[in-house]
Write a new protein. Structure first.
Length: 570
C-alpha cells in the first residue's frame, strides 16, 4: 500500500477475500469491461453530449497514454477540481489506468484548501476547469504552484491558459486537457489492496484529512450498493450533487450505475426546473440529494410541467431529514424515498424497499454490508443497548483504517482494534436500524457541507478587530444550518461584510463564510472555563426565529448550496 496509508490487518483482509467482499478488482480495468459488455449503449450524458461505453473506454485509454507522455507516473498524486462534466469521469479513470492517485477537491475550494491539499498529498499535477462560473481556477493553480514545490503541471479543461506554453519559474507548465492524448498503451498493473484515489474528510477538523480508498474496498462498495438498489441497464442516474462527493461518485452513484450498464446524466447545477427537464428528457430513474435540495425541489414540483414518472427512487442523505419533508417525497414525486447515511471514510447505511414506511421515514436504515460492524458506545467506550444514544463506531470492508499521513490524528480517531470513531451521536432501534441524533464534533452542516467551526474561528482571529470568537450553527429552513459568529471585538466592531471580505482574501471557500454576526461583550463559559457553545447555539436558535438573514432565499452555485452573498452587504 502507498506509504503513509494504514492497511487492513492481514488476517482481516484475507477474511474479506475468502468471504467474497474483495474480489481483486482493479478499477482501472472497468471501462474496458464496460465497453466489452455494453458497447454502443450510452454511458454519459451532459447537455447535448452523449458518450457511449465504447467511446468512454477509448477516451480513457488515450488520455492515460497522454498523461504518461506528460510524465505522470504510477503513485503520483493529482488534484482533480472539476465540475459535473464528462471530463471528471474520464480524467479519474485515466489516472487510475496510469496508476496515479486522484485527490478529489470541491469546486468551492480556494487557496486555503488547495495549498493544504498540495502540501499534504505532495501532488505533482492539478486538473482545473479554467474560468468557471466567474472564478479563475488557472490563477488559483498558479498561486498553488508558487507555494508547492512538488506541483509541476496544471491541466486546464477549457484550454484557456495564462499565455500559451507559460513557464514561470522553469517548472511551471499549463496544458489544455484536450491535448492530453496519445496512442493507447497497456495499463499499469495495480495491487487491488493499493490506494486508487483520495476522498476528503467532511470538515470535522480544522483542515480536511485525506481518505485513501483502495481498489478492493471501493469496487466492493459500488458493487454492493448497485445490487442493493437492483440497478440494471434500464437505469438512468441524475448526478446532481458534486460528483467528487462519495455519495454521488459511488453510493452507488456514477460508478455503480456505469458498472450496471446504466446511463449517468451529469447536471452542473441542481436548479429544479433544469433537473426536472433532464429527468423527463432522459427518463431518469433515480437520483441522490441532500435534504435542503429535496425541500427546494419539493417546493418547485408543485408548478412543474415536466413528466417525472420515470423516477422510481430518490436517495436523501448528507444531513438529517426532517420527517415532515420525508413524508412529502413520495406523494410529490411519485417515487420511493431511500434514506442514506454515509461518510467518505466508509460506513454506509440504507433503508430498503421492503422496509415499513415508518422505518423509511424515521431511520437511516441498516448497514450496506453483512461484514459492517457498528457499535454505539458511551464516554467510557462501553457498548450501549438499543435505544440509548452514544457515539457511533464502525469498521468493515470499505471503512478506512487510517487517514493519509496523519499518525497523531489516527491515534485518536481509531480504537486499538480498528473501529473508526465517527463523532456522530446515534442509537439503534429495536430492529437494528441506525438513527443519527447529532454530532460530538464541532461541525456545522450547511446545505449538506460539513464545516469545521474551529477552522472558521482560526481565520476570523487573524482580523485585527476580532478579540475572541466562537462559531456555532443556527437553524435554517433551507440550508439546515447556517454559520453564526459570536465576536468580542477589539475597538470598533467589524461588520459582517468586512469579515466575509477578509476571509475571502485569505482564500477561504465561500460556503464557509459566516452568515450571521453577533457582537458580544464577552463569551459565556462552562464550569470548566471553556466557551459554552451550547448556550450560544441556543441563543442563535432563538434569534433565528425572530430575525431573518436578509429576506433572500439561497441559491445554488458550483453545485453547492450557499446564501446570496449580497445579504452580507445589506
Amino acid at each position: 500500500m502507498l506509504d503513509g496509508c494504514t492497511p487492513w490487518p492481514a488476517d482481516i483482509a484475507e477474511r474479506y477475500r475468502l468471504q467474497g467482499y474483495w474480489q481483486g478488482e482493479n478499477l482501472a480495468d472497468l471501462p474496458r469491461e464496460w465497453s466489452r459488455r455494453f458497447g454502443q449503449r450510452t454511458a454519459l450524458v451532459h447537455a447535448d453530449v452523449r458518450i457511449t461505453f465504447a467511446a468512454l473506454d477509448l477516451r480513457v485509454a488515450r488520455m492515460a497514454a497522454g498523461f504518461r507522455k506528460h510524465g505522470i507516473a504510477a503513485g503520483d498524486r493529482v488534484i482533480v477540481q472539476l465540475p459535473n462534466i464528462p471530463e471528471f469521469v474520464i480524467v479519474c479513470f485515466a489516472l487510475f489506468r496510469v496508476g496515479a492517485k486522484p485527490v478529489f477537491s470541491l469546486l468551492a475550494h480556494r487557496a486555503s484548501e488547495i495549498n493544504h491539499l498540495c502540501a499534504l498529498s505532495g501532488a505533482t499535477a492539478y486538473v482545473v476547469p479554467g474560468k468557471y462560473q466567474g472564478f479563475d481556477y488557472v490563477a488559483l493553480a498558479a498561486e498553488a504552484m508558487a507555494k508547492s514545490p512538488a506541483l509541476r503541471q496544471v491541466f486546464v479543461a477549457d484550454g484557456k491558459l495564462p499565455g500559451q506554453g507559460h513557464h514561470g519559474n522553469g517548472r511551471q507548465a499549463f496544458f489544455p486537457l484536450a491535448d492530453v492524448d496519445a496512442e493507447a498503451e497497456q495499463p499499469s498493473s495495480a495491487d487491488p489492496e493499493d490506494v486508487v484515489f483520495f476522498l476528503l474528510s467532511g470538515g470535522t477538523t480544522a483542515t480536511p484529512k485525506l481518505i485513501p480508498r483502495t481498489h478492493d474496498d471501493y469496487a466492493y462498495q459500488t458493487r454492493a450498493a448497485a445490487e442493493l438498489l437492483g440497478l440494471s441497464t434500464a437505469d438512468v442516474y441524475l448526478a446532481v450533487l458534486p460528483v467528487e462527493f462519495n455519495f454521488t461518485w459511488g453510493c452507488p452513484g456514477v460508478i455503480g450505475t456505469l458498472r450496471s450498464g446504466g446511463t449517468v446524466v451529469l447536471a452542473e447545477e441542481p436548479v429544479a426546473a433544469d433537473c426536472f427537464e433532464a429527468i423527463e428528457r432522459e427518463r431518469v430513474t433515480f437520483t441522490s440529494l441532500v435534504p435542503t435540495l429535496a425541500q427546494l425541489w419539493f417546493e418547485a414540483v408543485v408548478e412543474a410541467e415536466a413528466d417525472l414518472s420515470s423516477l422510481r427512487l430518490m436517495q436523501i442523505g448528507g444531513a438529517p431529514l426532517h420527517r415532515e419533508i420525508a413524508e412529502r417525497i413520495t406523494p410529490a414525486f411519485g417515487c420511493q424515498l431511500q434514506q442514506v447515511f454515509g461518510m467518505a471514510e466508509g460506513l454506509l447505511t440504507f433503508t430498503r424497499e421492503t422496509d415499513p414506511p415508518e422505518t423509511v421515514l424515521t431511520t437511516q436504515g441498516r448497514p450496506l454490508s453483512p461484514a459492517d460492524e457498528i457499535r454505539i458506545v458511551d464516554e467510557s467506550g462501553a457498548d450501549l443497548p438499543p435505544g440509548r444514544i452514544g457515539e457511533l463506531l464502525a469498521r468493515g470492508p470499505y471503512t478506512l483504517r487510517g487517514y493519509y499521513r496523519s499518525p497523531e490524528h489516527n491515534a485518536r480517531a481509531f480504537t486499538h482494534d480498528g473501529f473508526y470513531r465517527t463523532g456522530d451521536l446515534a442509537r439503534l432501534s429495536e430492529n437494528g436500524e441506525l438513527v443519527i441524533e447529532g454530532r460530538l464534533k464541532d461541525v456545522i452542516v450547511r446545505g449538506g457541507n460539513k464545516i469545521s467551526a474551529r477552522e472558521v474561528e482560526q481565520h476570523l482571529l487573524t482580523h485585527p478587530a476580532v478579540g475572541r470568537v466562537a462559531v456555532v450553527p443556527v437553524p435554517d429552513p433551507y440550508l439546515g444550518e447556517r454559520i453564526c459568529a459570536y465576536i468580542r471585538p477589539v475597538g470598533e466592531p467589524p461588520s459582517l461584510a468586512t469579515l466575509r471580505e477578509a476571509l475571502l482574501g485569505r482564500g477561504l471557500a465561500e460556503y464557509k463564510l459566516p452568515d450571521r454576526l453577533e457582537i458580544v461583550t464577552d463569551l459565556p463559559l462552562t464550569g470548566l472555563g471553556k466557551v459554552d457553545k451550547k448556550a450560544l447555539a441556543a441563543d442563535a436558535a432563538v434569534k433565528a426565529g425572530t430575525r431573518s438573514f436578509s429576506g433572500q432565499r439561497p441559491y445554488f452555485t458550483d453545485s453547492l448550496l450557499r446564501a446570496d452573498s449580497n445579504h452580507a452587504k445589506q
